[in-house]
Design a protein around this ligand. Structure first.
Ligand SMILES: Cc1ncc(COP(=O)(O)O)c(C=O)c1O
Length: 403
């Protein structure tokens, strides 16, 4: 984008493509920001060094050491801050470390946090291994079943959500939940990995903090581990910054570059994931072995109306529950798939399948089933090929059940 064109007038997709583009030097230069690796940052003289140090201490985003990141980091931070519509971004080595950063930055001994029961399950390990030792009380609640107002205590500091939830994609009424929390001085953080930050804007709907595992859709190629936290205010940026520095968090410049590269194609990839996942979800709904399909873009999904109100699209994640199958038949179904890889992650260009662990499903109060479930990540392959693969796997599972 040449100087003089106002970024504010451009569409969100255009801004995402051009965010952080390097200025031309001597009339030429690359399209994307270069990888600037460093540990040591050099200064012209002691006064310049002291000045940088002073500005950093005052909260300015300047680097006096490699851990603070240089141009590549800054370009990614600016791009994701713009994507989420926030004030400032923090880059962490994984999605889980982004979650842990938020919890440690905002909670002190004696504090209470309310966490939606459908969140990414390893948060519970952060609770049981770190937060409990620090005397921080985490209470899990079901946004669909419990009254949030009556759960907020005088020492509640954080409401932590994820919408749609992990595994079952329960869509939450973020504006309503945030209003209750914020009226009582409780900070609202939400995991926004499902939408890649493109289909859902939690900060505009009342959350103070949006967290993403950039490992998933921002990367888009299953070759990167990274977390991102975007906050909505200077006060929260100061709190996060203190914990971020104390924990020594940073990411490598090559990883910042990969995330920035992925961001450029995020909207087109997500549109394709949605198209393919919708076709697969509709196919699954028609299968006699399937009791229920979890995908908010389906009109039959209980979260559909909220999804339509608050989201502009859906991701490639689809979970289905079998009608009667045994866990062995569900495993036989997954093993029979030829195009789908078997793997725990998602958000890449390829399709994946994984039997959902019953203990994980039971953590969600929304789950009432007893038959096994399978989580699919629908990738960018031709949907007809994916559906043919799923068809033959259903036949293989049925054959196994009859033996
Ligand atoms: C919703 C969600 N949030 C956070 C994470 C954690 O990300 P990472 O694997 O990069 O630590 C995941 C990983 O699967 C996830 O699904």
């Amino acid at each position: 984008m040449s100087e003089g064109k106002s970024a504010k007038k451009l569409g969100a997709g255009t801004r995402l493509l051009h965010a952080g583009a390097p200025a031309l030097r001597d009339g030429s230069g690359p399209v994307n920001v270069p990888v600037v690796r460093t540990s040591t940052v050099r200064f012209e003289n002691t006064a310049a060094h002291a000045d940088y140090h002073h500005r950093r201490t005052a909260g300015e985003r300047v680097a006096s050491y490699g851990r603070h990141g240089l141009d590549t980091h800054r370009a990614l931070e600016d791009a994701v801050t713009g994507l989420e519509g926030g004030h400032r971004a923090f880059l962490t080595p994984s999605g889980l470390s982004a979650i842990t950063l938020v919890l440690l930055a905002l909670l002190s001994p004696g504090d209470h946090a309310l966490v939606a029961d459908g969140v990414y399950a390893p948060l519970r390990r952060v609770d049981s291994t770190l937060l409990q030792r620090l005397g921080i009380k985490v209470e899990y609640f079901s946004p669909a079943h419990d009254d949030l107002t009556s759960r907020i205590r005088p020492n509640t500091r954080l409401l932590y959500l994820e919408s749609p939830s992990s595994l079952l994609y329960e869509v939450l009424d973020l504006p309503a939940l945030s209003a209750i929390a914020r009226d009582r001085g409780v900070t609202v953080a939400t995991d926004n990995t499902w939408s890649g930050g493109w289909f859902y804007k939690p900060l505009a709907l009342g959350a103070n903090i949006s967290i993403q595992a950039a490992t998933k859709y921002i990367s888009g190629h299953s070759d990167l581990m990274q977390g991102i936290v975007v906050v909505d205010s200077p006060a929260l940026a100061a709190k996060l910054s203190t914990a971020y520095e104390a924990l020594g968090l940073t990411i490598g410049a090559d990883d910042a570059y990969l995330a920035l590269r992925g961001l450029r194609t995020l909207p087109v990839r997500l549109a394709q994931h949605q198209r393919h996942a919708t076709a697969v979800a509709e196919f699954l709904q028609q299968q006699p072995q399937v009791a229920r399909v979890f995908y908010p873009a389906l009109p039959s999904d209980p979260g559909h109306a909220l999804w339509k109100r608050d989201f502009s699209g859906a991701s490639g994640l689809v979970t289905f529950a079998f009608r009667h199958a045994t866990p062995a038949a569900a495993d036989a179904f997954v093993d029979a798939l030829a195009l789908f890889g078997i793997g725990a992650s998602w958000g890449g260009y390829e399709s994946l399948a994984l039997a959902a662990q019953p203990e994980r499903l039971r953590e969600h109060r929304q789950w009432t089933g007893d038959a096994p479930a399978v989580r699919l990540h629908i990738g960018l392959e031709d949907p007809a090929d994916l559906i043919a693969d799923l068809s033959q796997a259903f036949a293989a599972a049925a054959a196994k059940a009859q033996r």
